[in-house]
Every structure is written in C-alpha cells, then in structure tokens.
Design a protein. Structure first.
Length: 243
C-alpha cells in the first residue's frame, strides 16, 4: 500500500473566538478550534445547536460576525467575496448528502469540475490515483444516473479530493444512503484519511457515522461543550443523550 502523506497540505482550518449572529440569535458563540492535520473530526449536536453555521463559517462559505477563521493561514474575514470563493475552491473540498453531481457530465468530468471552475490544470496521475482509491476506475465514462447512490457519493468524494484541499467538509454524507452503503462510504472516508493524510470534518446526526472519526466535537447552543476521543457509538449516543 502506498501512502501520500508528502502530498497533503501543511495547513488546516483554525477558528478563534468565532461568533455568528442572525438578529438576536447567537448561532455560534465563541468557537475556538484548530482541526488537527490529517485528523478526522466529527461534529455533532442537537437541531439548532449551530452545526450548519459552524460548517459554513469553518469552510469559508460564510464569514463570522466576529472572531477569526483562517483557511490555509489566510484570515477569510479580510477577503472580498470573490477572493474568499477562490480560496474556498482551491483549499476546501465539500461532500454533501445530496451528492450534487452534474447529470449531463460523466464521472471524470464531474470529478474535474472544481479544477475547471478554478482554471486549474488537472494532474493526471493524481486524478487516476483518486479515481482508483474511491473504486471508480471502471466507471469514469458513466453518467451519475447510471450509478448507485453509494457510487455517486464516491464521485462526490473524488471531486472533493481532486484539488488536494487543506480540509474536506462532509455534511451528512451518508444521509441519503441505506445502512450498508453508508458503512461502505464511512469506511472509504476513514481509508482516505489514513492513506492520504487528508484532514476531514464530518457533520452528522448519526453516532454510527461519527464513531469512524478520531474525535467527536459536541455543539450545544453555538458552543463546543465536549470532545470525545476515539469514540464508540455507545459513548457517542450516551453523551448525545445528555446534551
Ligand atoms: N440564515 C439564518 N437566519 C436566521 N437564523 C438562522 C439562520 N441560520 C441559522 N439560524 C439560526 O441559528 C441557530 C443555529 O442554526 P443551525 O442551522 O446552524 O443549526 P443546526 O445544528 O445545523 O440545526 P439542524 O440540525 O436542525 O440543521 C438556529 O437557532 C437557527 O434558527
């Protein structure tokens, strides 16, 4: 087996005293956190605890109301919207519950889309490596509609990895999959972290999915209230109950 640690980014995302308010609502209330490089972190919390807001701010989709978010060492609060978009495209990968593939494009075209949008040149060797790693080498000319849900999510993962991002954010990536396919996708995410040193952040409601992570952050009312390292599904469910 090959490892590609040398090819991963030196930077991750760090947040310092981050708040986000919507009118009177304090959706994030003083978040300070740096995602460990090469680590797999799950973020959990009850409905309304601020998970989506956390994901949006940490990934540069949105700007905090106060505090600092650094992506690859760059303070996103100081960037124009256009520059933040560019930084996000180059430094962050996304995987969503709904896959978000372009139906008219084949697998390879979908995977290459972030490079195309950013005017970046594909690295053929890395593309082949990513496609092989997610198990799609014999599917590159298929369209999304010709693939199972699990395969479509693998395409989305390959698309997230193709730019060699600092951090991949996965938002309920198994939410649309049956339990067996969900386990396969989680096992693949774990393998990608272990084999490539990719930093990964998973936002999920599902203790079984979160248990694949190195550690779980628990959000409540916009704050990080706990971290569980090397968590079992039972320990996660237990902590969840008391939030
Ligand atoms: N655009 C917005 N405008 C106003 N209030 C918002 C907005 N986005 C989020 N909020 C509020 O901020 C708080 C945190 O919401 P957020 O969506 O981050 O929580 P969540 O943990 O992701 O919830 P869920 O699990 O239900 O998706 C909630 O009180 C929510 O109503």
């Amino acid at each position: 087996m090959t490892t590609m640690l040398a090819e991963t980014s030196a930077q991750t995302v760090s947040m310092e005293a981050v708040t986000k308010t919507y009118g009177d609502v304090r959706a994030l209330d003083g978040i300070t956190w740096t995602f460990p490089r090469g680590g797999f972190t799950a973020v959990m919390g009850p409905s309304g605890s601020g998970k989506s807001t956390f994901l949006h701010c940490a990934s540069g989709l949105d700007r905090p109301s106060s505090g600092t978010v650094r992506i690859g060492g760059v303070d996103i609060g100081r960037l124009s919207e256009a520059k933040r978009t560019r930084l996000r495209r180059e430094r962050i990968g996304f995987v969503f519950q709904s896959f978000n593939l372009v139906p008219s494009m084949d697998v390879e075209q979908n995977i290459l889309l972030p490079l195309q949008l950013g005017g970046m040149k594909p690295d053929r060797a890395w593309l082949d490596e990513v496609v092989r790693r997610v198990g799609l080498a014999d599917r590159v000319r298929h369209r999304p509609a010709e693939l199972s849900g699990g395969q479509q999510q693998r395409v989305a993962l390959a698309r997230a990895l193709v730019t060699r991002p600092d951090v991949v954010f996965a938002d309920e990536p198994t939410g649309a999959l049956d339990p067996r396919t969900a386990r396969e996708v989680m096992a693949l995410l774990r393998e990608v972290v272990d084999m490539t040193g990719q930093t990964l952040v998973l936002v999920t409601h599902d203790p079984a999915a979160a248990a694949w992570a190195d550690s779980v952050l628990f959000l409540s009312r916009g704050r990080i209230v706990d971290e569980l390292a090397a968590p079992s599904p039972a320990a996660i469910a237990n902590r969840w109950e008391s939030l």
